[in-house]
Design a protein around this ligand. Sequence first.
Ligand code: COA
Length: 382
Amino acid sequence: MRDVAVIGVGNTKFGELWEYSLRDLFVEAALKALDDAGVDMIDSIYVGTMSSGMFVDQEHIGALVADYVGKKHVPALRVESACASGGFAFRQGLIEVAGGFSDIVLVGGVEKMTDTEDATFALSSAADQDNESYFGATFPALYAMIARAHMHKYGTTRDQLAAVSVKNHNNGSLNPDAQFGRKITIEAVKKSVMVAEPLTILDCSPVTDGAACAVICPLEMAGKFKKKPIKVIGTGVATDTIALHSREDITTLKAVQLSADRAYQMAGKKPGDIDLAEVHDCFTIAEIVVTEELGFAEKGKGGLLVEEGKTALDGEIPINTSGGLKSKGHPVGATGIAQVAEIVRQLRGEAGERQIDNPKVGLTQNMGGSGASSVTHIFEVV
Ligand code: COA
């Protein structure tokens, strides 16, 4: 198996982008990533998209993006794992390069969510249709149940949930590509419109258009390109029951824990070795549970971790320096790659106003649905 490095990253602005089609979004992100790497030739493409058919009536995304990026005839494949599609696309590209099948691979993700009137319906197709969506359970509702159970079992408070959103909006205010890059307060989160008790609109990630791409190659080749290469040192994936009610304990996200354990093991790292992480904060409670599963806090103490400022930009373990899904936006298929782009920029020292102090090791965690799939990657400065 060959060592692999990220040599280029690029993304579009995230938001409600009327003037862009799905293909425009991908092309912009891809050209930025190729330019960042200083490469023109690629051997293949993996693209993550959750539901382009339901959002914009377009399937066959692999061939579409290869054509419009100007690389027709290269192998190109769509990867789908709900909101973790981007993270899984990254892993497929990694496997292809590590296995010696290709040298330079473009891995990307894209979603154009705001053109449909019914994003909630499309998103709920990633839950269990027969046992959840059919009965009206949406993702805000499913995560609200996780929040209630976590509050009941561990004493997690309403203010701790809100603190996740306040922190991520603060970070997003320093990210020019964020959809909602404005600072907010705990009171504003609590007073905003109720979506699914106890989660208000400011506890939810938004519906977003956007794309992100990365270019990867064997580490041994990486030195000849433009930018400082960032080595991928760990990858881990896992699945769980698709329906929440089939789990022993809904305050635990087992797939996240397993994907992280596998990535830590491959990387030879422990939670304490990680300098910063981009995690899947699709709802505020998700970030709290995920930080516990990643080992940054004891089980049940994820709320305290954020409340005490330990996950802030200047904290012990900065989480979601980009603004996360909450503030930066969540174009579902693109999210996993946008997380990689943020970690690469931080490890290169190129994160602008939100740059943290000299990080060496970063982690990304991206999950599908209410935690039925999860993918974790660990990156290190060479
Ligand atoms: N955070 C902050 N502001 C938001 C927001 C969010 N998540 N979602 C919408 N807004 C803002 C809009 O910009 C708009 O502001 P304006 O009136 O100043 O223009 C206002 O709130 C109303 O927006 P609208 O688009 O009508 O909201 P909505 O009620 O249709 O959707 C949610 C709000 C929370 C229901 C929707 O964003 C949602 O479903 N989020 C979850 C997505 C999801 O489940 N993803 C998968 C995760 S597993």
